[in-house]
Design a protein around this ligand. Structure first.
Ligand code: SF4
Ligand code: SF4
Length: 712
């Protein structure tokens, strides 16, 4: 017994000292980041929500289970480790007493059974993980493997260590059965089987095996503990924390205001010499941002869904996080050094790491290549998939903000868009006078708000820049207006007083232009007394509904497909003319993933007689971007396959007559790709891309006379 006690406790003290030292180092590193009081405040205000996410995300493994096979394997392993905490108590108890049993429950056969059940479940989980890793070996699969770029050697080592945890457990329990030290009379079926195999060795051999494997079990667990704190498996400890402090919306939805030292930046007073403008150095991330980096499990789920990665661009959300993490860890001695003198003493490698620009090409030894940073469409797929709630879009936006506002380094072709927004209030620079042109093509008058909106006007129809100025999107605008008119919904528009919501500027990183436009619009809306808004553009919808409240603009915002679906359901719009077509619906990211509006557009299509709806392979929360979000609409797509072409290739697999959507930017991007496909003979000439509102207006029974320009 003395041997057990001395060796067991010595191993424990050493392992806890090493792991504790590492955890303290990680904590100090996280604290070098910017404060994030809003995360604490959110938790303080909504403790119930925090507790609920622990139940659903951590213990329920909700996001992991969205991928059934690896999800179930992870569920078994996770719960195996929770249940097997009992066996760790038993192993430590056995150091002190050969016949140790957990007080009260330690002789219950059901506990022995459950422990063995989960030990076997972990083995099943491990076997599944091994098969998944072999089938998606990045050496064979290349970029197609979600493990491409992950540390696969460490992952195999962890699988081996977990196997050893279970193997040593079952062996010492089997030996205990033969020595009479096992606390459970029956029920522990796997231990009994191992005991049956060991029985022929005799009692004294089993006694030696029992002691050796109890110590081996403790040694493996402690080795695993140390390894975890130095590897991606750190997520075992910190994922619950990251989930607890996460923002929660699955696709992130709104961007956060810029903060410096935890306070929202006021551009009137902000000083680039003293304030943090976005993220220009890794320590400009908040502690939550640094926690994100340390939490990544390298599972590659985000990478597998990223439209940039899938189409051959250098951006992988996983590798972006890993590159930032590796840089933060390598720069840590510099960040943790208490003085300039201490920094002088650091190795050349650390000093070199500290000098690396956060964003820059290989020529300047940058951490994140500009092509990586600017490839993101803000589609939200990565955030939606990430099982540990890492907020990739926030990090990308923060780096873009620094590049735009401090370095003035961004794709040159987007500068025209930013200038147009600043000077003319729309990305094309067409000016306010053109914003009302679409109304002249209707056969009824659309009221334009001048002064306070009338009590009799229920909705303000936010037309959006594309909806007012882009020829294809104007068809949607006219269809929506016609349908509202037909249904007897009272609405008005701002006409020339409407300016861009600022979404493209904000997604580019130009928070200054965003805040200028947003404040101008909020002033206009508030002066008019607007309460309810219909938006036909998901980007406008997202910005007004979720981001304008940050600046004092609080409105009830509805997307046109939501309102039209309701009007159809209430019988105020009746689709009667059959449209005998096979139609596939493309989910706009900012309507679907960011705001969870999946059903209304589909309900509208289901009500149109003759329509055969056909889902694409990637749809709803797994929908694939059109390539326009994140201000990518205004940048050239020079690397890899065009994202809109990839999406149309997928749509063509359903052999559609029509592709429908609910966003003017998707309409334009997919329309361009369809035109290219028609030119190359890969798509039929009759194939068209339309908004769901255009489909509905074609089918709906009119109560008035339609003008020729309204149905298209
Ligand atoms: S938001 Fe979309 S494009 Fe950007 S990194 Fe995530 S998955 Fe890729
Ligand atoms: S960021 Fe999230 S989804 Fe992506 S590899 Fe890391 S843990 Fe997995």
């Amino acid at each position: 017994m003395a041997l057990r006690i001395v060796v067991g406790l010595a191993l424990t003290v050493i392992a806890f000292a090493i792991a504790g030292h590492r955890l303290w180092w990680l904590y100090r590193l996280a604290m070098t980041g910017q404060p994030a009081p809003e995360r604490i405040e959110a938790l303080r205000k909504h403790p119930g929500r925090g507790a609920q996410t622990q139940v659903t995300e951590v213990f329920g493994q909700r996001k992991l289970l969205q991928w059934t096979v690896p999800g179930v394997a992870h569920f078994l392993t996770f719960w195996g480790f929770i249940i097997l905490l009992l066996t760790i108590i038993e192993a430590y108890g056995a150091l002190f007493s050969k016949t140790f049993a957990i007080p009260l429950i330690g002789h219950w056969a059901v506990i022995g059974f459950v422990e063995d059940l989960f030990a076997v479940a972990v083995l099943v989980g491990l076997a599944t993980f091994a098969v998944i890793r072999l089938r998606s070996d990045p050496k064979r699969e290349g970029r197609k493997s979600r493990f491409s770029g992950s540390h696969t050697g460490a992952a195999w080592l962890v699988l081996a260590m977990i196997f050893l945890v279970i193997a040593t457990l079952l062996v010492y329990r089997g030996a205990q059965i033969n020595t009479g030290d096992f606390p459970y009379p029956h029920g522990a079926f796997a231990s009994q089987l191992v005991g049956h195999w060991l029985a022929p060795l005799g009692k004294s051999a089993n006694m030696a095996i029992e002691t050796a494997f109890i110590l081996a079990q403790i040694a493996v667990i402690l080795g695993f503990l140390i390894f975890v704190t130095y590897s991606k498996h750190l997520h075992i400890f910190i994922a619950p924390l990251n989930v607890l402090f996460s923002r929660r919306p699955d696709g992130l939805r709104d961007l956060q205001p810029m903060r410096s030292d935890g306070k929202v930046l006021d551009f009137e007073e902000a000083d680039p010499d003293n304030d943090v403008f976005g993220v220009g150095k890794v320590e400009d991330l908040s502690w939550k941002g640094l926690l994100d980096l340390a939490t990544c499990t390298e599972c590659g789920r985000c990478q597998s869904q990223c439209p940039a990665w899938v189409t051959g661009k250098p951006l992988s959300p996983k590798m972006l996080i890993l590159d930032l993490r590796d840089h933060a860890f390598a720069k840590a001695p510099y960040l943790l050094a208490g003085s300039d003198e201490a920094r002088e003493e650091l190795s050349d490698a650390v000093k070199l790491e500290a000098q690396r620009p956060l964003v820059g090409g290989a020529d300047v030894n940058g951490v994140i290549d500009p092509d990586v940073l600017w490839s993101c469409t803000n589609c939200g797929a990565c955030v939606n998939e990430c099982p540990v709630d890492i907020e990739h879009i926030d990090h990308i936006t923060s780096m873009r903000r620094h590049q735009v506002l401090i370095e003035s380094e961004f794709p040159a072709e987007a500068s025209g868009m930013l200038k147009n927004l600043e000077n003319k209030g729309d990305p094309w620079g067409m000016g306010e006078s053109k914003r009302s042109d679409w109304m002249t093509e209707l056969d009824f008058e659309v009221p334009v708000v001048a002064g306070p909106i009338g009590e009799d006007v229920e909705y303000l129809f936010w037309v959006g820049c594309a909806g007012a100025l882009e020829d294809r999107a104007k068809k949607t605008t006219k269809a929506v207006a016609q349908l509202l008119h037909t249904a007897g919904v009272s609405f008005a528009v701002l006409g020339p007083a409407e300016a861009c919501t600022g979404d493209p500027a904000r997604r580019m990183g130009n928070e200054f232009v965003f805040s200028m436009l947003a404040q101008q619009n909020i002033e206009t809306l508030n002066e008019a007394g607007v309460r309810k808004i219909i938006a036909s553009c998901p980007h406008c919808f997202n910005t007004i509904a979720n981001e304008y409240p940050q600046l004092g603009g609080n409105y009830e915002v509805i997307h046109h497909t939501q309102l039209l679906a309701r009007l159809v359901e209430e019988g105020k719009l009746t689709p009667v003319t059959p449209i005998e077509e096979k139609i596939t619906y493309h989910d706009p990211c900012f309507l679907g993933r960011h705001n969870k509006v999946y059903t209304p557009p589909r309900e509208i299509m289901a009500q149109v007689p003759g329509v055969q709806a056909q889902e694409m392979h990637r749809c709803k929360e797994r929908g694939f971007c059109c390539g326009a979000g994140g201000a990518r609409m205004w940048m050239e797509e020079r690397i890899g396959k065009r994202i809109n072409t990839e999406r149309i290739d997928e749509a063509l697999h359903t052999d559609p007559d029509t592709i429908s959507t609910g966003c003017p930017f998707c309409l334009v991007m997919l329309g361009d790709a369809v035109s290219a496909k028609k030119s190359s003979g890969e798509a039929k000439e009759s194939l068209e891309v339309v908004d769901v509102a255009q489909l509905l207006v074609r089918s709906v029974a009119r109560t008035d006379t339609a003008a020729p320009g309204t149905s298209e």
